[in-house]
Design a protein around this ligand. Structure first.
Ligand SMILES: N[C@@H](CCC(=O)N[C@@H](CS)C(=O)NCC(=O)O)C(=O)O
Length: 125
């Protein structure tokens, strides 16, 4: 009998700039085949399932989120990037040019746009 290695599950809200940041980093770290992505939209069954899992684990729901070990969940995009960067032996500050390009370019614009939409009373995600 062979043990199937654990494959982290990563939940990504389609319209979430933090989720895109994590996916860019994982892709640049060539992690795509080593994790399972669950891409969801606000209000769908995958979001309800994730919220239940996080709440059960005592974690305030926030996206992105990951099952980092069987039954163990984590959120916070930068923490997740740091975790997997450490696993593959790269420094996310210096070794991931695409991540840096996103972080220094589009990402802060997205955050400005999100804030503007919130100030206008809309749900940006
Ligand atoms: N500091 C967090 C921020 C993540 C965040 O604010 N994500 C938004 C989606 S873009 C969220 O979880 N919103 C809560 C919700 O939509 O219920 C991170 O970097 O992961």
């Amino acid at each position: 009998m062979t043990d199937t290695p654990f494959r982290p599950r990563i939940w990504l809200l389609k319209s979430c700039p933090f989720c895109l940041k994590l996916r860019i980093a994982l892709s640049e770290m060539a992690m795509e085949g080593r994790v399972e992505y669950i891409v969801f939209e606000k209000g769908d069954a995958a979001e309800a399932d994730l919220r239940a899992r996080l709440t059960q684990a005592g974690i305030t729901p926030s996206y992105p989120a990951a099952e980092v070990a069987p039954g163990e969940y984590a959120t916070e995009s930068d923490d997740l990037i740091a975790r997997y960067a450490s696993e593959v032996g790269v420094d996310p500050e210096t070794d991931l040019p695409l991540l840096r390009y996103y972080r220094e370019g589009v990402f802060p614009k997205f955050l400005d746009m999100f804030q503007t939409l919130k100030d206008m009373g809309h749900d940006p995600a």
